[in-house]
Design a protein around this ligand. Structure first.
Ligand code: G1P
Ligand code: ZN
Length: 543
């Protein structure tokens, strides 16, 4: 087979963001765009000669074509083997698991996560390292540097590899091993959770609805929840991955998973509802009449994880991203274990998990996971919830009420202003940054600022320093507002405003979040001049 070397030139803007390179699908489909980036990954990691890689994606439009390109480029650069999910599918956590189990050198995940898919929507490529986790900043920086220097790429000229059946084939001397995407992941889950107890829960008439949102978790959820755990057929819905996610937005939050929310808030609600995103690493948890915020979910899981066999010896530590609420910190304190505060993005948890300093991690953006892989894991969170409910036999609402009664409640909400003008967004952040030293003591919308800074992180394991990770404003009384610009969007800028307030008064635990946070919302809006600068009257998405 012929290896072709194609002359190319650097393409602007191939800088990996919070989670890999995400762009409009049509941009990825432009001549050389994908090839340049893949070659830059190879160049940035010191080549793939003799290496073993894992490859899979969330099934979105262009996933199949891109997988063939990656295979031909891995073969051209001398990779020994690529382990690829059947149909080029692998959920992000399953890919992380495969990299670890097979001791691969790394992996390519084709996904733009929860962003919509299709020719006019989004596509993405992530590189994960040998621990199974997202490439850390030094690696993504080298990849980005390589995109700016690239002058040629190498690709094998060959027919498409048949990825429709498990088995091994050869491509220019490289082994292509097609594996069932679900089998290894299912085994991993079996080892962590008490499947017998969950089976007994379903056998007792417990009802659930899992919305796979037409994305990659469908086959996993069907095989595990309906297949292994005996939930009745139909418990998992929208379970066939489709290239455009059924025309939807595969983001498991109350806005985009509205049909599930409506069901769970209605008279016919099952006991438990859950959803996962495009690539299967996010989760949403809802009880009958009771939405659980991701920050609360992390805290509840951490407080009860010992009920699952995989965590019966307890947790070494908890880690959460800075904008995530402090609910988990209170659990860590009660358990006498450390709680780490990291920048946004799963890549910052990797060192803590590798070093055995944290067992469970989470982000307010519907990401929860543990040291079983090095990615967040949607179905894992759902199964841990099921395991806890099977052990406790109480409703989600009473488990949450019990948790707040014990630890207090961190009222929490995130307001997103999407697709705003990038210059206006940068200016808003710059101006706020410039005012940081003067803010303490000022009274804004009736709230007194107690502290103001920009979050920076020194990794306690590898000593790396990451700055510019969000502006934090603390208010007298313990509330806070955090401002950050999204690093995963593909159009304009998205301003995220994270709002939080702690309440321990038993009589005040049952408020509606927006109402409980009204004072902080008003102060945050005025401080940053959100309305004037973005031209928006209200956020596009409130979670
Ligand atoms: C968002 C979330 C972040 C998450 C990332 C990838 O990033 O906020 O917590 O890790 O998606 O799923 P952002 O767009 O805020 O940079
Ligand atoms: Zn995702």
């Amino acid at each position: 087979m012929k290896i072709t070397t194609v002359k190319t030139q650097p393409i602007d803007g191939q800088k990996p963001g919070t989670s890999g390179l995400r762009k409009k699908t049509r941009q990825f489909m432009q001549p050389h765009y994908l090839e340049n980036f893949i070659q830059s990954i190879w160049n940035g990691i010191g080549g793939v000669h003799d290496k073993v890689l894992v490859l899979g994606g969330d099934g979105r439009y262009f996933n199949d074509r891109a997988a063939q390109v990656v295979l031909r480029m891995a073969a051209a650069s001398g990779a020994a083997r690529v382990i690829v999910g059947q149909g080029a599918l692998l959920s992000t956590p399953a890919a992380s698991n495969l990299i670890r189990q097979r001791r691969a050198d790394g992996g390519i995940i084709l996904s733009a996560s929860h962003n919509p898919g299709g020719p006019d929507e989004d596509f993405g490529v992530k590189y994960n390292i040998s621990n199974g986790g997202p490439a850390p900043e030094d690696v993504t920086n080298r990849i980005f540097a390589a995109t700016q220097e690239i002058s040629e790429y190498h690709i094998v000229e060959a027919q498409d590899v048949d990825l429709s059946r498990p088995g091994k084939t050869a491509l220019a001397g490289m082994v292509v091993e097609v594996v069932d995407p679900v089998v290894d992941y299912k085994e991993l889950m079996q080892g962590l959770f008490d499947f017998d107890a969950i089976r007994a829960l379903f056998a007792s008439g417990f009802q659930m609805r899992f919305d796979a949102m037409h994305a990659v978790t469908g086959p996993y959820a069907r095989a595990i929840i309906e297949g292994e755990l005996g939930a009745p057929a139909g418990s998992v819905i929208n379970a066939t991955p489709s290239p455009d996610f059924g025309g939807g937005h595969p983001d498991p939050n109350p806005i985009w998973a509205k049909p599930l929310m409506d069901l769970m808030m209605g008279a016919e609600a099952p006991d438990f509802g859950a959803a996962s995103d495009g690539d299967g690493d996010r989760n949403m948890i809802v009880g009958r009449g009771c939405y659980v915020t991701p920050s609360d979910s992390l805290a509840v899981l951490a407080a009860n994880a010992h009920m699952a066999p995989g965590y019966r010896h307890g947790l070494k530590g908890i880690a959460r991203s800075m904008p995530t609420s402090g609910a988990a910190d209170r659990v860590a304190e009660a358990l006498g274990i450390p709680c780490f505060e990291t920048p946004t993005g799963w890549k910052f948890f990797g060192t803590l998990l590798d070093a055995g300093r944290a067992t469970i991690c989470g982000e307010e953006s519907a990401g929860t996971g543990s040291d079983h892989v090095r990615e967040k894991d949607g179905l894992w969170a759902v199964l841990l919830w099921l395991n806890i409910l099977a052990a406790r036999r109480v409703s989600v609402a009473s488990l949450i009420a019990e948790h707040w009664a014990r630890f207090g409640r961190n009222y929490y909400s995130r307001h997103d202003y999407e697709g705003i003008d990038s210059t206006a967004a940068t200016r808003l952040m710059d101006d706020l940054r410039a005012r940081l030293p003067d803010l303490p003591g000022q009274v804004v919308a009736g709230m007194t600022v107690s502290g103001a800074d920009e979050f920076a992180y020194d990794d306690p394991v590898d000593g790396s320093h990451t700055g510019g990770q969000g502006i934090r404003i603390g208010f007298d009384g313990g509330g806070r507002a955090v401002f950050r610009l999204s690093g995963t969007g593909t159009q304009g800028a998205t301003l995220r405003v994270y709002l939080e307030r702690y309440e321990s008064d038993a009589a005040r635990l049952g408020m509606e979040s927006q109402e409980a946070l009204a004072g902080i919302i008003a102060a945050a809006g005025e401080l940053a001049g959100i309305r004037a600068r973005t031209g928006r009257e209200s956020p596009d998405v409130i979670t």
